[in-house]
Write a protein that binds this ligand. Sequence first.
Ligand SMILES: C[S@@+](CC[C@H](N)C(=O)[O-])C[C@H]1O[C@@H](n2cnc3c(N)ncnc32)[C@H](O)[C@@H]1O
Length: 190
Amino acid sequence: MKAINNPDKGFPRVFVLRWGHRPKRDLRLTTHVALTARALGASGFILSDVKDEKVKDSVEKVVRNWGGPFFFEMGVPWRRVVNEWRKNGGIVVHLTAYGENIETSDVLQRIKSAGKDVLILVGSQKVPGKFFSESVSDFNVAIGNQPHSECASLAVFLDRFFEGRELAKTFDNAKLIIVPQARGKKIITN
Ligand SMILES: C[S@@+](CC[C@H](N)C(=O)[O-])C[C@H]1O[C@@H](n2cnc3c(N)ncnc32)[C@H](O)[C@@H]1O
């Protein structure tokens, strides 16, 4: 299959903000949220309010080996990120089991028709109640109204937002490139 260089061209830019990371306990899951964001078409990841060098190292190592560009920042207060994002004309989508169902409502259509850059908020532990309010999120979106995982909800949201095209994305300056095979592993090293 021919890879498309930038299949998300023409789509607004998407960043992911991870709130509530608990170092040690959430190391693996937060890293997976960041890697899911990168692999499924987001342009950047912000670990808010807390710094965790291990998450940073893992994400940077993946970007070094498998390509970019991919923005990473940590330790910034979530409020500041949200305020700046909105000041720059972007919208904020909070992923929550309590939100408007992505399948049974027209919420995705409304998000897309805004045509604006999207900051996705995902939690870990229980998020501040303010996340649900108009002062923080433009949309509260549920990937089904059952509680599950930030990683799963992010993946489904990104796939629907980018209409599956993100799965054909290639990355710049990759040292390692997988050549899809029916069986076995084939990797090109640059
Ligand atoms: C494991 S959940 C924990 C939620 C927490 N116990 C609470 O009551 O808010 C962590 C994050 O996953 C995301 N999440 C879980 N289920 C979801 C769903 N059905 N739709 C959208 N996001 C979901 C939300 O971003 C949530 O903050």
